[in-house]
Design a protein. Structure first.
Length: 139
């Protein structure tokens, strides 16, 4: 079964940083991965990108805010077709609903909670490691 790894949480909890860290971890672990950029980088953090590791295609979309790219990215990634989609969502609303409505994909939920800003880097790294382990189980 194909999977959507959905990192949900309120605004400003580090979801984009965490997804970028998952991407960086996978590229470090699989240096022969093939990367296809699907959108321009914003602020050096947000990304919309495809990574192929062996025969597994992973789509990354870090912009999970309402009225953002996620609603377009999900069907694009499904059409590729991606085996795994890693994306940010809010805890409810249009982005949350779009992830759960994506046909043919099992949702694997992760939740990023609000923490003090001085703990973001450590917390984001720990969450990214958990998510990257789920991504690599398919390889």
């Amino acid at each position: 079964m194909k999977q959507v790894i959905a990192l949900s949480g309120p605004a400003s909890t580090g979801k984009s940083h965490t997804i970028r860290r998952v991407y960086d971890l996978l590229l470090a672990k699989y240096p022969r991965a093939i990367v296809e950029n699907r959108a321009t980088w914003s602020w050096g953090i947000d990304l919309k990108i495809l990574v192929t590791i062996d025969d597994v295609i992973i789509g990354f979309e870090s912009r999970g805010d309402p009225n953002n790219r996620l609603l377009e990215s999900l069907p694009e990634f499904a059409a590729v077709p991606c085996n795994v989609i890693v994306c940010a969502t809010r805890t409810s609303g249009s982005t949350y609903d779009a992830v759960r409505a994506l046909e043919g994909y099992e949702v694997v939920p992760f939740e990023q909670r609000w923490i003090p800003e001085d703990e973001h880097t450590s917390s984001n790294s720990k969450m990214a490691e958990k998510i990257s382990e789920v991504c690599t189980l398919r390889n």
